[in-house]
Design a protein around this ligand. Sequence first.
Ligand SMILES: *[C@@H]1O[C@H](CO)[C@@H](O)[C@H](O)[C@H]1NC(C)=O
Ligand SMILES: *[C@@H]1O[C@H](CO)[C@@H](O)[C@H](O)[C@H]1NC(C)=O
Ligand SMILES: *[C@@H]1O[C@H](CO)[C@@H](O)[C@H](O)[C@H]1NC(C)=O
Ligand SMILES: *[C@@H]1O[C@H](CO)[C@@H](O)[C@H](O)[C@H]1NC(C)=O
Length: 332
Amino acid sequence: MAISLELVLVLSIACFLHCGGAAVVQDVVTNDRPIIGVLAQEQSYYLHGKYPEENYTSYIAASYVKDVESAGARVVPIMIGKDRGYYKDLLKKINGVVLPGGATYFNQSNGYADAGQHIYELAMEMNDAGDYFPVFGTCLGFELLVILASGRGEPENRIRCYSYSNLPLHFTDDFRKSKMFSDTPEDVIDILKNEEVTINAHQFCIVDENLRAFNLTNDWRVTSYSDDDYGVEFIATVEHTRYPFYGVQFHPEKNAFEWKLSKGYNHSRNAIKANKYFMDFFVNECRRSLHAFKSAAEENEYAIYNFEAKFTGVLGSQHHEIYFFEPRGVSN
Ligand SMILES: *[C@@H]1O[C@H](CO)[C@@H](O)[C@H](O)[C@H]1NC(C)=O
Ligand SMILES: *[C@@H]1O[C@H](CO)[C@@H](O)[C@H](O)[C@H]1NC(C)=O
Ligand SMILES: *[C@@H]1O[C@H](CO)[C@@H](O)[C@H](O)[C@H]1NC(C)=O
Ligand SMILES: *[C@@H]1O[C@H](CO)[C@@H](O)[C@H](O)[C@H]1NC(C)=O
């Protein structure tokens, strides 16, 4: 509703200026009420053990939701285990998708990877048709993007590594020419480059060789690297050269929103400031999508506000708060 109002307003201003004899205004119409989908993933054995009575089958860590919200967007949970029609309908109503990190395998049928594949393919179709539909993969979500681009064969196109540290980014020479970093404030770059502020928690990495092996170096532009705990250089940030698809191996959502003490997450003022940049950037990308729900009532039906996050940090989970869903994909 509000989107169409804004659109009408912008169009009428353009018309007013035009009719008044001024040059036609070519401003990009932006959507200042973006709604972003965050993909769920399979319930873990660990979490099932914490809620044995419940029939939860999937979850979203609330940190992803909060990160999107604090950048000025609302969230719709995207369920796993649905048919392509579900993803196709939903993507037409939302302005972008976040593929979160986590710990699920890509080989579970009708799981996170299958849902991610529908989203990835549909997003390419929409962008090919002249639409602008951004996708952001974090950690496992980033690995999934590369594995999907590699055709999802066996063995999976990623390597084993070990990285559980706060790390600086080693930017490539021309990273400032990328979409992700062309407008980043200099002080944010300084922090990312020189301070140990990006939170890593992964046993797999994507390295240059993974891109080369599948001829992906023209499609995916690497903008920074970090070193794992044994010195292996892995790709830390990447973007697609034609589509508005982005990947980060670290976890920008954890600095401000995950608090497990033993993990040693960096919560310094600079860490918070620099990591906030990534969702600010992505939500801004999503403002270029004019997809909309039919009405505010329909927005409300799909919104994450229909679910209540549980305080899982107190049960020992690495996630402080989690949204659970059951049975698989029960919500529309
Ligand atoms: C979980 O599913 C079982 C079997 O369908 C049912 O008996 C039980 O009530 C469900 N538990 C909850 C908390 O809904
Ligand atoms: C999926 O992959 C994991 C790790 O390779 C393996 O342990 C598991 O058995 C596989 N599951 C299925 C359903 O193939
Ligand atoms: C990559 O490109 C080369 C040369 O164009 C080709 O021979 C090779 O089969 C391609 N490899 C893959 C995995 O697509
Ligand atoms: C967090 O980052 C700050 C710089 O912003 C650094 O001084 C500090 O050592 C880091 N702490 C951890 C736990 O990595």
